[in-house]
Design a protein around this ligand. Structure first.
Ligand code: G6P
Length: 625
């Protein structure tokens, strides 16, 4: 949510900022801007719209400045227009800032600053931080409570004073026209990474904007700031205590975040799933010894084995993975489990008793609702584990321990490979806890063998992409769809509906198939698409009944069934459609049945001419409540 990039080095800043913003555009894309600082005042160019719109108002031949800030926005305070776009200047015109996050007390601070003579032009909370810096900069020689330290620059001091006044979350990058060789970054609750190159520095909210230049980085922690000059950088807390940060290797490559011949990131990520799952499970599934090794939580496994109740908490697609996890823990580990929307968990006064374990699931590791749920669970005494994709992210650091997906960067706003990765991790954990609690070694061997076959089975489903595109094409004029599944495949039905809504803007509802008769069946009318997951399993006969009920009312059936199901043709009419998946035990099916639904949503969105990787109103990670 909002992308920040800043550059200080020897090269022209503008093209590096634009390139970086394009890599961050998936974080927000309603307006964009840059600030460039050379000799003289700060130059700001910003506009409503995407990075392409920003490029149109920039002089492409500008190579003058070697210091600058860039921002791509997902609006929170103030509508997405040019005035509210970042960077923001303070009322003295000396400071420019880009910000990711939300300042909760901005209204009070704004009134106070206005009484002190500050003027504001935008409706944003960010402009208040800029104004605070401008205000304190003017006070730096007089402040008795916090005197300037020897060698400390006024700019740095003013940033500290300003950030101490704000409540909320921020990742910020700031420049000052009095110091054309200085860049300051600071963070609390929003990510900020400093890429350290050869005589150059790239400060960004996401490693995607850095990897092109360097793979060496430092990850700022909350309440830390970095002061960068051409001579080097130093890190300290906002309270002015020096901190030493270790340089870390960014764990993904440029290739992983490029399209690599695919038309969209979402399609690339759908097709990456066999490889992503193989990486996620490789090294963890020990086929020889028939064991599952989960290094990240190894020291907690004894505790986990005695879990009395598991609460899985997440948002969006990760919540659907959590629902699958609930079934997995009950089925394989015999642990009572429940899944809660993170936003609800936090505010419902949750009961956390002895033996309650909370698992937070998040692709980005930055979703604020999920992070807040983690903090709430910790405060109530629960052990909290994370299932996260982005290494070193806020949730990964806030949890007691965790298991990374290792699915590689996910750029498409609609989550795909993270879902299957999350389900794979939950499956491995459930099998391992099951092994420790009650499952016999013979059974474990079978579970592990079956799980390790999943990546190859996904390949065979991906091969049906063209067939699925035809199904999408023949229903593309339909504005209301139902997705229905039972048992382990009920969360997949929810996920299928979410995918279609997110990127094609077609209204869709996901339901446990049996619930249809308690209301939603009233919606069925001629030709309304109803996507059924009717794979082999204990509820197969029941779902056949549900299919007949929809057919009898004129609905059009799109069914995901198991290869070799000879019965399925008998319930399908001429206009209905069949997609098959390889046979797998019911508890492993979600990683397979979700694939055709991802492809269906993808093709429907492309056929409707929608911007698949940047759906309207959405952002890849939502760092506001
Ligand atoms: C946003 C995204 C969804 C995602 C959800 C949770 O709403 O648009 O695709 O599922 O956040 O994100 P997380 O990074 O926590 O998995």
């Amino acid at each position: 949510m909002c992308g920040i990039v800043a550059y200080l080095g020897k090269k022209a800043a503008q093209p590096i900022l634009i390139e970086g913003l394009k890599r961050l555009e998936y974080r927000g894309y309603d307006s964009a801007g840059v600030a460039l600082l050379g000799a003289g005042p700060i130059k700001i160019k910003k506009t409503r719209g995407r990075i392409a719109a920003l490029e149109e108002i920039l002089d492409p031949s500008n190579t003058v400045e070697t210091l600058g800030l860039g921002h791509t926005r997902w609006a929170t305070h103030g509508e997405p227009n040019t005035i509210n776009a970042h960077p923001h200047l303070d009322y003295t015109g000396k400071f420019a800032i880009v910000h990711n996050g939300i300042i909760e007390n901005y209204a009070t601070l704004k009134t106070w600053l206005q009484n002190e003579g500050a003027e504001f032009v935008s409706e944003t909370d960010t402009e208040v931080i800029a104004a605070l810096i401008g205000y304190f900069y003017g006070q730096s020689d007089q402040d008795k409570q916090y005197p300037l330290q020897a060698g400390q620059h006024k700019f740095e001091w003013a940033v500290q004073r300003a950030l101490e006044k704000v409540y909320g979350t921020f990742g910020v990058a700031i420049v000052c026209s009095d110091c054309p060789g200085m860049l300051i970054g600071a963070k609390k609750g929003s990510p900020l990474i400093l890429g350290v190159g050869d005589n150059e520095y790239i400060l960004a909210s996401d490693a995607a904007a850095i990897v092109e230049h360097t793979t060496q980085a430092i990850y700022l922690a909350d309440n830390e700031m970095v002061i960068i000059t051409p001579e080097g950088f130093h890190t300290k807390t906002i309270q002015n205590v020096a901190v030493n940060k270790e340089l870390k290797e960014i764990e993904f490559s440029l290739e992983q975040i490029e399209l690599g011949g695919f038309e969209h990131h979402m399609l690339k990520e759908i097709f990456e799933q066999p490889k992503a799952l193989a990486t996620c499970m490789g090294g963890r599934i020990d086929l020889q010894n028939k064991r599952i090794k989960l290094g990240g939580i190894a020291t907690y496994l004894r505790d986990l084995t005695r879990t009395k109740r598991m609460i899985l908490t997440a948002c969006g697609t990760a919540f659907h993975a959590g629902l699958v996890g609930e079934f997995l823990f009950e089925h394989l580990a015999r642990i009572p489990a429940e899944t809660e929307y993170a936003s609800e968990f936090r505010y419902r006064n949750p009961i956390v008793e002895d033996g309650t374990v909370v698992i937070a699931i998040s692709q980005s590791g930055e979703t604020l609702d999920t992070f807040a749920a983690v903090e709430e669970a910790k405060e109530r005494g629960a052990r909290v584990f994370g299932i996260v994709n982005v290494v070193g992210s806020t949730i990964a650091r806030a949890t007691d321990a965790g298991i990374y997906l290792h699915a590689g960067p996910e750029i498409g706003v609609a989550s795909t490979k993270a879902f299957t990765g999350q389900v794979a991790v939950l499956t491995m954990l459930a099998i391992e806890l099951g092994r420790r609690r009650h499952i016999s070694s013979g059974e474990i061997e079978r579970h592990i063998d079956e799980l390790s076959q999943i990546p190859d089975k996904i390949e065979t489903i991906l091969a049906q992409s063209d067939h699925i595109k035809e199904i999408a094409a023949s229903n593309i004029d339909r504005d209301n769809w139902l997705f229905l599944g039972r048992g382990f495949n009920y969360p997949v039905a929810l996920e299928g509906a979410l995918k279609l809504k997110e990127i094609s803007y077609i209204h869709a509802e996901g339901l446990p198939a049996a619930e249809m008769k308690h209301g939603p069946i009233a919606l069925i009318h001629d030709g309304m698409p109803a996507v059924f997951i009717a794979t082999a399993g204990p509820q197969y006969d029941k779902i056949m009944g549900n299919i007949s009920e929809v057919r009898a009312r004129g609905g059009r059936i799109i069914v995901v069934a198991t290869e070799g199901d000879e019965n399925i043709a008998s319930v399908l009419g001429r206009d209905d459609h069949l997609i098959t998946i390889p046979d797998a035990p019911e508890h492993l099916q979600p990683m397979l049945t979700v694939i055709p639904l991802q492809l269906l949503a993808y093709h429907a969105a492309v056929l409707r001419g929608q911007d698949v990787d940047k759906p309207r109103n959405l952002a890849k990670s939502v760092t506001v409540e």
